[in-house]
Design a protein around this ligand. Sequence first.
Ligand code: GLN
Length: 221
Amino acid sequence: SVTIGVLALQGAFAEHQKRLQSLRLKRPIVSILVKTPDDLQRCDALIIPGGESTTIALLARLAGLIEPLKEFIRNKPVWGTCAGAILLSQSVTGAKKDGQELLGGVSVDIARNGWGSQVESFEAALEVKGLREPTVPFTGIFIRAPVVLGFAPDASIQILARLPPRLLPEPLADENDDARTVVALRQGKHLLTTFHPELTQDDRFHDYFARKCVFPTLLAS
Ligand code: GLN
């Protein structure tokens, strides 16, 4: 079987595990909670959940997980949701003055709490490329979500979903900036979503991660 870990230091890790457990796939998957480098060793792929990216980074440092995580990301598929997406980015703005530790791995510049302080959370119906039943919209739940500011002009970034411009929250609504509408993307084996698929009952993003990122990577190695 294939083992998908969920980084379980802080945030919505239990919900991710529930969604993984509900998947019915051709290859059976086992999901484990990752709290230590030993846990990480057992994984074929990893999900970094939403929560508070500074807290997750701090707890990862205390657990001796920063270097093992960076190494893992170089070799194996990782999906970051919300705070997890921040940690996978190459640069972040809106972080505290003394800087925030990032894991990197995805060529994205991102802004923490990028919708502005008035916008705590919102939902949006998203059209997502490549999901099972692609014509059924996916409910994106955005909670103090980060905003993609830009990415390397790199053909290997595949945009999976954008917010329709009319649903862009007020602070950014006037800005005619293409990257800022991107809320889900894939770069090779890695997946990044600025919203929380694990907070819906819809398991199609977990299904996508397993089928499009995890299984092909295992086959190729
Ligand atoms: N605002 C949080 C952060 O900066 C992310 C919020 C979330 O994961 N829902 O880490």
